[in-house]
Ligand binder design. Sequence first.
Ligand code: SF4
Length: 887
Amino acid sequence: MKIMEIFTQKKVSRRSVLKAMSATAAAATIPGCGGSGGKAYEGTDQNLVPPEITGSYVLGAAPHNCGGGCVSKFYVENGIVKRIVTDEDRDDGDVFAGKSQIRSCARCRSKADWWYRNDRLTKPLKQTKQRGDITGFVEISWDQAVTEIAAKMKNIYATYGGTSIFNLLAPSDRSDQSNNIARLTRLFGADSGTVPWVLDFSYGQHTYSYFFVDHDGLVNRPTATCVALRSANYRSDVVNSDNLVLWGYNPAETRAGAQTAWFVTNAREKGVNVTVIDPRYTRTAEAMADDYVGITAGTDAALMLSMLYYMIVNTWDENGNLMANPMLDEAFIRKYVHGFFDDTSPKHYYADIAANPTAYQVPAGASLSAYILGTDDRLTKAAMSAAAAAYTGMPAGTKINQATSVYPKTIGYNVNDSDALYNKVAPMYGQTPKTPEWASAITGVRVAKIQALATMYATKKVTTWVGGSIQRHTEGEQPVNLGPILAAVTKNFGQAGRSYGFPFEVEYKYPGTMSDKVALNGGAANGASISGDTYDFSKLTLQGGELGPYAGNTARYSPTGVAATMNGIAITVWPDYVRNAGKTGKSKWNYSRSINSTKPVKGLICFGGNFMSHSPNLKDITDLLTTKGSNGTYDIELVLTGDMFFTASSALSDYVLPCAGPGEKWGETCGWLTAEAVVMPKITDPPGEAKNEFEIARLIAAKLGLEGTYKTVGDGTGTVVNSDYEWSKYNWNQGYAAGQIDQDWDAIQKVGGVNMWDQRASKVKVIAKQKYYQDPAANPLNTLSGKIEAYCQAMTEDYEASKMNNIDTRTTDADGTASLYNGGRIYTASTAASAANRRFVYPIPMYIPPWKGSMPMGPILTCSAGRQPGIPSGNRSTIICIGHTRP
Ligand code: SF4
């Protein structure tokens, strides 16, 4: 059975896939792969004798797209890597004193297993039969490959315009070589040359909500770099905390920064209490936690809500009286957080909002605290504190909330009868007090533990480091929005030892940042964009000039364009967009971009990003790329991939180009958000005719007649780069010239990598939101209100501006009770205050269970899963992930 026959079956067993793949590998019949001549895997593994460590070595990293940025020593003999060990030459010890080796993990240290495998792609391949039939691939010359590819690209752009080739998320490895593929596609112009994507697989909800809920804004950060992610204080500050909470954050395994796990270990040794909240008892939990909180996956929002409930009822008693030793400070919350309490006359920090007080109010019973309390009416009895009344200007005696929760019990999804979720109803607990008992039944966390966590946040200095896992499910924005609110109302922001987000040190311009910002924009703009079709500015409270697309960092709906939704597509639904945009006007997922965009996608390019293994729906992609129209041609006219190996995505391609891997080309990288900057040296040659991405893109650009433009970097100086080496050196030295890295390109070769924070004399210590904490009126956040937004009207408006229909048209709850409670009024700029409509997207984060059946979720592969098919220990297997997986 051929691989594609298996992929296109409705029911796919892991055994059938493995069987087919192992047969394919055994036959080694794919042209262009190494095939005969290489050592069998068994031959390599058996009788393995580590070579004596002698001779010269190269320092640096050779990672794939990981979160590290670590230094290895690669011992090379006659061009062959014989042994790889970790960074070991510099001092190791107290990381807070700057003593730390930048130690590498098993992945970089096993890289030779990648380089010298006998199934590497070594020659360009062309499909000569039907897509997906691997017997149709033949070897062709590089000249034939780039000539034909360039001709197809040229034709697609000429026929369909500047957004017609989709350069699919392809992190490839941690060098910035994949940026050269992006530069290639941008040679034709457009603001990107391709359809840009947003909401990435890794941190989509984090980046999206950050811009609306608590974006620091440039005034609160020392430099303009990397402002796309919610950041905690600089990593070393953790030692100033009483407690470190690792919430869905697993640095021992996922390497968020090369040294982060060492920071946690050292902080714990210095007395910081470490709590790990995770569904899985991770290696981080096992090795570093004083306290492990096991939680049911996808229920973090319920836990956070119940912690906030516990704080509220330990501040006001059931009659609304302020209690002794209250956990919460009402005046403080009103000053820094918008919408935690009802607020029909809000006080904001920007003149445009302040001048129009009814435009951004929090209706009675619509605040987050009202939702948390449900039918509990204590805050409708409680009078504002004198300090709160003085701050808001409200008369003495004004109640804290004006009504109990206006939110219904259930939420319905009725907007599109062709949608998989049509007529589905889920609880949203609008009338339920979010007690620890309520949350315990959902989360599996004991009531006493919930109370203890709440008490800890309310009374201690807490640093919270979050990972991507808490948002990788449907409704994943809920914990992402609630987390910073939890931190804010407990005063855990803006001060030493108190912060929430990703440990963050890249206020420096690390090399990858330079390549993103400086050198991508080769080519003339032709103005093609999808925003005109897919984004309606009239839906926004603030309209007009301030909201011009890409208006710079002062536009508060879309500060940098990075997370703005106006001109990008959500990467998780790219097959839906590619299939429907500009063609059918439909969407399987009711996705507005697919429905409204008039720009068709006709070409797909993906280098080093095996879309068949990391996309949500493998079957859907297979159908998309292999189904022909009535005219007998494929809708997607070009599928081009590049990789080290023949992957499942290669099987669906028209052309497959053999690529050099990390360590076989030059590059540079850094830790994810952390301060390690590392060179990625070329350590060994790629096999056969494999080439690096700089060279591949150059060859295609030459056939397009655009080689000169391609080689000229976009900094306006006319600088020309001719090779991957020159490209990497240029990028590195941009950071050096800007004063962001202390070592120049030549110096970094001698040490492999540096911890920029340790080595810089200035040691910029970022206390996130510090200026805002000290003087919020003078240093407002970059949100619409200028505050942290517990009630975020801007988010619902962005949803509407994106032409999403967010009205839940049911008139009763699932149990037949009344429609909206208390005459609830949830409205936006485009709906009047009296609009009594339910909504699908609300301005507050609630707990809605992840939708069953909303997106296909594949298995999480474990060692035990590998044992079940009877694979003996030690054997190597090719694993294909069916459906969405977590890395
Ligand atoms: S860069 Fe670091 S974390 Fe990434 S693969 Fe290499 S050693 Fe591992």
